[in-house]
Design a protein around this ligand. Structure first.
Ligand SMILES: Cc1cc2nc3c(=O)[nH]c(=O)nc-3n(C[C@H](O)[C@H](O)[C@H](O)COP(=O)(O)OP(=O)(O)OC[C@H]3O[C@@H](n4cnc5c(N)ncnc54)[C@H](O)[C@@H]3O)c2cc1C
Length: 417
């Protein structure tokens, strides 16, 4: 079967790999000149299964209200004259109900555990290298009340099969000595030893090379203009290759366009609640390898994630529900930079920072769309939000199973609609 995979981010590229492994003839279409040039380019780097709580939680509405009046808040909602933004917001609020939250959390954790196992198996099969570190994730707290509340969510995650312990300051600093600088302000941490980190861009670029060597065809610098249909079935894709309009026939089409999936699907009457949440990252060269962190970190107060990626340090965070703008707000990046330089002054060349912005393709429930759509021949692998790197391999393996008509390890195509 010929499958056209739209998008060569981490989701499209893993999808192409798993489909090729299953014996399909695969073509990937990507508007950029190479893989992982948009949201998969410079994310936080965490393979975070045990810190995967959906944004939509019973406490979220009150928290959002508090943040609404703080310009430096980690999450900003900028109201626009965009009905899709308001519809997304309304669904987000409905996902905050306790029952929905519990269901969504369980699904995200199941997907994460499955995906981490798929990544490990892929690593084993291919020997792929992407600055991976399997040293766990340490989530540190500087607010005593928030730290005191860390026990209940940790127990909840353990009940779902994750390893997540609440540890004291001495234990936190013993696990990551780079935290010694802020030890006087630390209240404690949670520790998830099974979690990992690695460079999503390097992984995606390496996997694309391996896939090409296995016969996957990549059409770069090629814009997807729309989907072709025969009756209700999707039969191909309309393309623009450097001004030349062509079409590509396919037995199946997989939409993996990140935040741009929803606009492409609207003309078919499919209204996916996938909306961009812009985030930022800062990357600097390591200055002193001995004082730079190696354990991947989460800074609870500033909602930032830290990863050591080879000889660089990455710090990422912020979320702005502000449409499809991909430009960088230097003030937001400066905020990240100042916090990182304050916590780990000797670790990086903070004066050489590179700033980046990316659009997380978020769903109100935090559950991605992975599987068949209501149109024959059309499949979805999109809406991975904050955890697309974590859940890429598992989502691609699930999609492969759904295309084969098999149930797979779990079903995600009936979620969040
Ligand atoms: C600041 C930040 C930090 C993050 N940290 C983490 C983390 O630590 N761990 C984690 O698991 N996840 C993290 N994420 C989330 C993760 O990066 C995303 O979920 C993931 O990259 C989404 O991958 P994707 O392939 O769906 O999207 P993308 O990488 O955006 O890929 C979509 C591709 O489609 C292409 N495209 C779009 N429209 C068209 C068109 N019309 N024609 C042709 N091509 C098109 C784009 O060029 C792009 O290459 C973070 C995200 C951000 C922004």
């Amino acid at each position: 079967m010929h499958v056209a995979v739209l998008g060569a981010g981490v989701i499209g590229t893993t999808t192409a790999w798993y489909l090729r492994e299953a014996g399909h003839d695969v073509t990937v279409v990507e508007r950029r000149g190479g893989p992982a040039q948009e949201t998969s380019f410079a994310n936080g780097g965490q393979i975070s299964v045990s810190h995967a709580e959906p944004w939509a939680s019973p406490g979220a509405p009150a928290q959002l209200l508090r943040w609404l009046f703080r310009p430096s808040a980690p999450l900003r909602f900028r109201p626009r004259l965009d009905p899709h933004q308001w519809a997304w917001g309304a669904r987000f609020l409905s996902e905050c109900r306790s029952r929905r939250y519990a269901r969504n959390l369980e699904t995200v954790v199941r997907l994460g555990l499955y995906s981490r196992a798929c990544l490990a198996a892929l690593r084993e099969r291919t020997g792929i290298e992407y600055h991976q570190r399997r040293e766990g994730i340490l989530h540190f707290y500087t607010d005593p009340d928030v730290y005191a509340g860390a026990h209940e969510p940790a127990a909840r995650m353990r009940a779902l099969g994750c390893e997540r312990e609440v540890i004291d300051v001495a234990d936190a600093v013993a696990r990551e000595p780079a935290l010694a600088r802020i030890q006087p302000r630390l209240q404690g941490a949670t520790w998830t030893p099974g979690d990992e980190s690695g460079d999503a861009r390097v992984f995606t670029a390496q996997l694309a090379e391996l896939a090409a060597a296995q016969g996957v065809r990549f059409l770069f610098d090629t814009q997807v203009m729309g989907l072709e249909t025969q009756g209700r079935a999707v039969s191909g894709v309309r393309l623009n290759q450097s001004g030349a309009f062509t079409s590509l026939e396919a037995d199946a089409v997989v939409v993996a366009l990140g935040s741009f999936s929803a606009p492409l699907l609207r003309p078919l009457g499919l209204h996916l609640p996938v909306y961009p949440a812009r985030g930022y990252s800062v990357t600097v060269p390591v200055r002193d390898p001995d004082s730079a962190y190696t354990v991947s970190l989460i800074d609870d107060e500033f909602k930032l994630v830290y990863s050591r990626l080879g000889d660089e340090l990455r710090v990422a965070g912020m979320a702005e529900i502000d449409g499809w703008r991909q430009d960088i707000d230097p003030a937001r990046c400066q905020q990240i930079l100042e916090r990182a330089a304050h916590c780990f002054p000797g670790a990086g060349h903070w004066g050489q920072a590179r700033f980046w912005a990316g659009l997380r393709p978020t769903t109100p429930s935090s559950i991605p769309f992975v599987g068949a759509s209501s149109r024959p021949g059309l499949y979805l692998n999109t809406g991975h939000g904050t955890l697309g790197w974590t859940n890429a391999c598992g989502s691609a393996a699930l999609l492969r199973d759904r295309i084969a008509g098999e149930p797979g390890a779990l079903r995600l195509d009936d979620h969040g609609r």
